[in-house]
Design a binder for this molecule. Structure first.
Ligand code: NAD
Ligand code: UDP
Length: 308
């Protein structure tokens, strides 16, 4: 197939491009590089089955020739990034998703939206199943991302119902791995960089909030299985192994064999207190579950950051 990946120069997008190419597809990556980098796809340049289009998807998207599928991943994803680019985040989730759906309609292509566990906000149901509608503060700082993704889901389902488009929605939970930016502010690259440099490990709040970390190849496999399935979703793609951020800090210190100290900083507003996916649907509909343990995935990720 010929497949477009918006956000293809980002962390997950670049791994998705690698996977689709190794599966034998032709891939176009489209990105405006606001939070991504051509470094992530530099190893693909010169290949006849890959091309890169530097474009902001909030503007009209033109792609010559046929397209079979669009993966729409374009959006800042780190809280620090979407707090730095609030308007761009709202625009890419709304206008950008509209443009990408319009292109899918024109090309009669399938469409996968990369949505997020943030649609559940600071969840009052735990773990989170797909039929939970969430607890989002629309006017808080995180609202720019959460509401943009909720709108993106709504317009994707509207295109499915109104136009009969073959759409799918994946709700991705915290994903980590090589090619995250060391300074993107997310907990995995932050703690690893701090531990490798011997700097203080900055735990926000008292560290009792929980997250569940999924290695990037598992997340990408879930997205590819969703494309191949006849299931529209929404479907949670994430690793149900949950831990507190305090436990994660200890785990990183131990894995890096670091002498860093843990320091406590103010918890950002509306930071979710718990997060863990219920992946019953992904197991049933996609035959998917994560296979890479935290120890193995973190070892690969730490190696990547150590090399840099
Ligand atoms: P990332 O920031 O590394 O990648 C996002 C990419 O989108 C970047 O390359 C960026 O330059 C590009 N982009 C942003 N706005 C754009 C625009 N207007 N036009 C074109 N390109 C644009 O983040 P990521 O972690 O790889 O996330 C990828 C997708 O997965 C995002 O949609 C994100 O919301 C979703 N997601 C990620 C996670 C995670 O834990 N990594 C969790 C839930 C959802
Ligand atoms: N966090 C932290 N220290 C950091 C960065 C993040 O304690 O230097 C916490 C953050 O407050 C949140 C969790 O780690 O509770 C995960 O944060 P991240 O930004 O990775 O993603 P989120 O799950 O909040 O979208």
């Amino acid at each position: 197939m010929r497949i477009l990946v918006t956000g293809g120069a980002g962390f997950i997008g670049s791994h998705l491009c690698d996977r689709l190419l190794s599966d034998g597809h032709r891939v176009l990556a489209m990105d405006n590089l606001i939070t991504g980098s051509t470094d992530n796809i530099a190893h693909l340049s010169g290949r006849g089955d890959f091309s890169f289009i530097h474009h902001d998807v909030t503007n009209y998207m033109f792609v010559a020739g046929e397209l079979d599928f669009i993966f729409h991943l374009a959006s800042p994803a780190s809280p620090a990034d979407y707090l730095a680019f609030p308007i761009q985040t709202l625009k890419v989730g709304s206008l950008g998703t509209h443009k990408a759906l319009g292109l899918a309609l024109a090309k009669e292509a399938g469409f996968v939206l990369a949505s997020t566990s943030e649609v559940y906000g600071d969840p009052l149901v735990h773990p989170q199943p797909e039929d939970y509608w969430g607890n989002v503060n629309p006017v808080g700082p995180r609202g720019v991302y959460d509401e943009a993704k909720r709108f993106a889901e709504a317009i994707t389902f509207a295109y499915r119902r109104y136009h009969g488009l073959n759409t799918k929605v994946a709700r991705i939970f915290n994903t980590y791995g090589p090619r995250m930016r060391a300074d993107d502010g997310r907990v995995v690259p932050s703690f690893i960089s701090q531990a490798l440099a011997g700097d203080d490990i900055t735990v926000f709040g008292d560290g009792s909030q929980t997250r569940s970390f999924c290695y990037v190849s598992d997340t990408v496999d879930g997205l590819v299985r969703l494309m191949a399935s006849d299931f529209a979703g929404p479907v949670n793609i994430g690793n149900p192994d949950e831990m507190t951020i305090g436990e994660f800090a200890d785990f990183v210190l131990d894995s890096v064999d670091s002498t860093s100290s843990i320091v406590y900083r103010e918890l950002p507003m509306d930071d979710p207190k718990v997060r863990r996916p219920d992946i019953t649907l992904a197991r049933e509909k996609l035959g998917w579950e994560p296979g890479v343990s935290l120890r193995e995935g973190m070892a690969r990720t730490i190696d990547y950051f150590r090399d840099r």
